[in-house]
Design a protein around this ligand. Structure first.
Ligand code: HPA
Length: 308
């Protein structure tokens, strides 16, 4: 079927396909040239600053403070960046901050979009594509997560060693663009082992305990049931969350090295005899901000050496 005819059918249709059609950007990004859109968003961002960062950060729920302290900072709301999705999640500022941390240029995203907001995976991964086209070679992904491993306590920082994608979606679905990467990217080491070592060593130097663990990504937005948490523990998950995986897959596809750190904002459902709520997630994030920012500042010089 010709594309314009199929588009007309989608527009006229009131079936479940409407959901896809409503996310107009999904349509645009699967039929238009995502690469070209990422290039123009990257060019726009670079036109706003003279800095040329090689390190990108995505700051998750309640973890945005790192970007507040950047020097020589340019702050660009997502709404101003061409083709960029806007975050609707509470606790996400929704802006890109390009600035310096201890003399190192970084592009820090204060807030991200999630699959549960209704964005297709290709759209959730779009900011990662843009960071890649800006010249980012190392990406630090952060998130709030529920602790499944009972050795973790609320407020713990955990370096992600691997993930289990239970989101039912993948940003690489659709025609592959070789300019981004290979059709079937290797996933044996998504989270760079040397970067994990850097983070663990930096934590030791700071006198902080930082664990490692496997992150299970679910679609959300409802939290898990206790039975789901028991299942996740059985299959080898230490953490559970609703983000990070689309960005990690897209970054891996582009050959960008990844460090991912979770903040255990709550113990996962059923571990403690109490209900979960988003306010608690944000509150714990705020409580550990200091440790979190210190850890990021400690790893940055080492990662900067790697991408120099
Ligand atoms: N489950 C899923 N996502 C989360 C949680 C959780 O318990 N805490 C923070 N993000």
């Amino acid at each position: 079927m010709p594309r314009n005819l199929l588009f007309a059918v989608l527009q006229a249709d009131s079936s479940p396909l409407k959901r896809i059609r409503n996310d107009k950007c999904y349509w645009m990004m699967t039929t238009q040239d995502t690469y070209a859109l990422a290039e123009s968003a990257a060019a726009f961002l670079l036109s706003q600053t003279s800095l040329r960062p090689k390190i990108g950060l995505v700051l998750g729920s309640g973890l945005g403070a790192f970007a507040d302290d950047l020097t020589e900072a340019t702050r660009i709301p997502y709404a101003q960046i061409p083709s960029f999705p806007r975050s609707t999640a509470v606790g996400h500022a929704g802006q890109m901050v390009i600035g310096k941390a201890g003399g190192i240029a970084v592009a820090a995203m204060q807030g991200r979009v999630h699959l549960y907001e209704g964005y297709a995976a290709v759209k959730v991964a779009f900011p990662t594509r843009v960071l890649g086209r800006m010249g980012i070679r190392a990406l630090i992904l952060t998130n709030a997560a529920g602790g499944i491993n009972t050795q973790f306590k609320q407020g713990a920082l955990v370096v992600i060693s691997d993930h289990i994608n239970l989101q039912g979606q993948n940003p690489l679905v659709g025609a592959n663009d070789e300019r981004f990467g290979a059709r079937f990217p290797d996933m044996t080491q998504v989270y760079s082992k040397p970067y994990r070592e850097i983070a663990l060593q930096a934590a030791r130097k700071l006198g902080k305990t930082v664990h490692q663990g496997v992150y299970a990504g679910l679609l959300g937005p409802s939290y898990e049931t206790p039975a789901e948490i028991r299942y996740l523990r059985t299959i080898g998950a230490d953490l559970v969350g609703m983000s990070t995986i689309p960005e990690a897959i897209a970054a891996r596809h582009m050959g960008i090295k990844i460090l991912a750190i979770s903040c255990v904002t709550n113990m996962a459902a059923g571990i403690l005899d109490q209900p979960l709520n988003h306010e608690e997630v944000l509150e714990t994030g705020r409580r550990v901000q200091g440790d979190f920012v210190a850890l990021l500042n400690a790893v940055l010089p080492e990662i900067a050496k790697d991408v120099a």
